[in-house]
Design a protein around this ligand. Sequence first.
Ligand SMILES: [Zn+2]
Length: 414
Amino acid sequence: MTFHPSSKCRHCGTDLDLLVADLGATPVSNDYILAADRFAPERHYPLRAYCCRTCRLVQLEDFKKADELFREDYAYFSSVSSSWVAHASQYADAMSKRFGLSSTSTIVEVASNDGYLLQFFKAKSMQVLGVEPCKSVADYANHEKGINTRIEFFGEEVGRKLAAEGYQADLTAANNVLAHVPDINDFVAGFREILKPEGVATFEFPHLLNMIALNQFDTIYHEHFSYLSLIATKRILASQGLRVFDVEEINTHGGSLRLFACRADAAHPESPSVAAVMAKEEAAGLGEDAVYASFAARVVETKWKLLELLIDLKRQGKKIVGYGAPAKGNTLLNFCGVGHDFLDFTVDKSPQKQGMFLPGTRLDILAPEAIDAARPDYILILPWNIKDEVMEQLSHVRDWGCQFIVPIPVPAVI
Ligand SMILES: [Zn+2]
């Protein structure tokens, strides 16, 4: 028996009662614990995803304000990821060519971070403007990279204001931000306000279809308010006067969509790919209730399977450690109740995380060399999306008979 909150859909206001995943109450996945706070208390929040039966927006129940979730001290700088910067460079070239952008064009990016993307448009002599709520990365963009950046939460009013100030956009970019905004209607309305009559808005976000098809329930965490399909997103954009005219399936973040939208009355012809992706989602059942209800059951089954596997190994006296400290790993470990009783520690390549502790489980995050000292029998790979890369890097552990465990899509020893 599941208790349903009185939350309403953040797009259309329908009561939410179709559960997609109940992951219990967990700490915020990115709140790594400092050594000094290791024995201090920690706040837990319910982590439940619902699907709206009317508009099909998959979303977390609404219970806290966005500003509690975006703490300054966990600022992430996009430029540290070389593959992400390369993705941005390719985007700038492709969009400039396709839409005939020139030195008279204006490009606006929302959630522009440290200017990792706009730098490529600036290099083409275009007018650029970043909008970024996180002060530390915005300051870096303004002062270190010379990328004109406003410290704001984007929405209808900000879009209108910036357009009036001369930033009417030929192209807007919004990468991996649509899922993070609490008021999705107001956010989307901002693009209608800031676009030129024939301007183009692009949105990139992880595709719900992959989460459902590949059992990626650990990608659900508090910072992600929405889990987006084309079915739902097209409808949300339309409600705010925007029309989706093209969509691309791209490889980032375990499978994403890039949507191209314009004002409802703009001339951009609709590409056949819009109908094709819609048909793919309909065929997978994303337009009906059943697939969401069966996902909720599969999440529980995955927990049982992982625990059966780990308990069996511990009863045989095996030593197990974790690899990685990604946000999704925290969802998995906290939901499954896998802590010091199963894993001796986890390791992470990022020096910022080493010496800290995982939220909830309080597992130590050590440097990867700790694996060689401990010589475990099994390594549980938390960032399963890069499992091949991890097994390649750690191939030497096979010398002492160590094996790998991957939790998703199905817990297995490989
Ligand atoms: Zn709805």
